[in-house]
Each structure stands twice: as C-alpha cells, then as structure tokens.
Design a protein around this ligand. Sequence first.
Ligand SMILES: [Zn+2]
Length: 176
Amino acid sequence: MPDDIVAEVMKTRLEQHDWNFGFVLDGYPASQSQADFFLESYDLDGVILLEVADSVLTERLTRFRICEACGFDPNLIYAQPRSDAVCEVCGSELASRNSESPGAIEERLREFHTKTEPVIDLLRQRELVVKVDATKPTSEIHDFVRASLGLASEAMAQRLRSSISQATHGGGSGTG
Ligand SMILES: [Zn+2]
C-alpha cells in the first residue's frame, strides 16, 4: 500500500483522540517515509521488535491455514494447527492463504530487510527498541516486553485492578 494512503489513514484515525492511555501500532512504521511522517507528529515510548529467523518465519507462514467455511483461524490458538487438512470446528477443508505463498513470503521478507530494518536501526540509535526472541512461549515474551518497557508485571497489574475495583465498590469484602 502506498505510503501517502497509509499516512492519511493513520492521521484520520489518530485525530479521533480516544487513545488517552496510548496505542500500539502493529507493523508500523515499516519504511523510512512512514517513520518520517509518524515521528514528525507523534512521540514513541518504545518499539517492540519480535525477532524470528527468516527460516522459522517462512516455516510458520507456509503452515498458515484458515477455514474459509466458518472463519476459524487455528493460528490464533496454536503454534501449528492440529490438522493441516480439516477444520476442527466445522469439519471443512482448511485453506492456505494465497498471500502466504512461497513467493509472497520471500517478497515480504525482502521488503522487511531492505525497507524496515534501516528504520529499526534508526530507532535503535534513539534507544527505543526492545528486542525479543519471538520463538519463546508467548507468556515469556509478554513478561519480557512489560519488564523492558517498565510496565507492571501482569500479576501486579491484576492486583492493582482488583484493589481499585474493591475500593470503588465500597471495599466490602467478607464472605457470607
Ligand atoms: Zn470451519
């Protein structure tokens, strides 16, 4: 997608100002011109770089399956589908995505290395980048990112939330 269209979408969305607590952008900025546009108007608190070797990414994307009948996406639940052939929800045949063909994967990786990596180097100079080994379990990745960005751990955040909710509900605990 052309950079000027992406910039327009981004601008329109962020002008809605419903993001008092911040926002997370996925896969953006992915090029120098996107970074120029974004950093001109907004401050970044951090950049999370999920690192996976090209070979592992290719393997994951090649295995990508989705059910076109019911929309079930096994990739959201499993690192790899239990079955490459059949949807476990409705029994239909699973499809691979055209966008994940070997040629398309190669092209995306090439774009990442030529267009996105220079942006990451630039942000790294500003000490904004948290690098994570994304082959680790998601809970470990989650904890590492929170700690690296100076955010409370999930356990602590839960305790905070429950003490706030107790306080706002009169604090009356006690069973019976
Ligand atoms: Zn299905």
